[in-house]
Ligand binder design. Structure first.
Ligand SMILES: NC(=O)c1ccc[n+]([C@@H]2O[C@H](COP(=O)([O-])OP(=O)(O)OC[C@H]3O[C@@H](n4cnc5c(N)ncnc54)[C@H](OP(=O)(O)O)[C@@H]3O)[C@@H](O)[C@H]2O)c1
Length: 165
């Protein structure tokens, strides 16, 4: 399917494929959160209901599209009932870039359609209750960089995957 915007995804994964725990991220890594902000700021995000609930507040300077069939109309966000409605809403918003930001069913449904996937490999094996196995078949790493978060000393490998087929 082709869109008038670049469809991208962004996720952070532990060594055990952990992505979430008790409705939040399984870690708190400030420099990784800054990386998320720098990549997504000024654009549109598509997320599931639980990911929306995990945000501390609305994220500045970004459109929020929430896929849910159970939450009521909420100020400042767009609520839709399916991925195809979410993509149509992103089109209406004239977004240049649209990021899938989770959770699991959002990634399962549309990650393969993304032109770019931003992955932070978190060098931890945390306690978790939400897992995602990232096994790209249509994407290859085109950029990679390692950094150590100064406040937690946790190592992170950022990998940018571009679509190959
Ligand atoms: N590490 C990361 O990169 C990352 C990214 C995102 C989230 N997380 C973490 O993961 C956890 C949340 O993720 P999650 O997988 O539990 O939940 P989620 O995908 O955020 O939310 C699930 C709910 O969203 C709706 N939904 C999602 N996708 C849908 C689809 N394609 N079609 C229709 N409805 C859809 C449904 O709500 P209704 O039942 O209302 O219809 C579903 O019950 C939290 O712990 C969060 O912190 C981590």
């Amino acid at each position: 399917m082709s869109y008038s915007f670049s469809l991208e995804a962004i996720l952070a994964i532990g060594l055990n494929d952990a992505i979430g725990n008790k409705g939040a991220l399984p870690w708190h890594i400030p420099s990784e959160l800054r990386l998320f902000k720098s990549i997504t700021e000024g654009h549109t995000m598509i997320m599931g209901k639980n990911t929306f609930a995990s945000l501390p507040s609305l994220l500045s300077n970004r459109h929020h599209i929430i896929i849910s069939n159970s939450i009521p109309v909420t100020d400042g966000v767009h609520i839709v009932s399916s991925m195809s409605e979410a993509l149509n809403k992103a089109d209406e918003l004239h977004s240049e870039k649209v990021f899938l930001i989770g959770g699991v069913s959002v990634f399962h449904e549309a990650l393969h359609e993304c032109s770019v996937i931003h992955v932070s490999r978190i060098m931890l094996t945390p306690e978790a209750d939400t897992y995602f196995t990232f096994n790209p078949q249509h994407h290859r790493i085109d950029t990679s960089l390692c950094f150590r978060d100064p406040s937690t000393q946790v190592d992170v490998i950022y990998q940018r995957y571009g679509r190959i087929i």
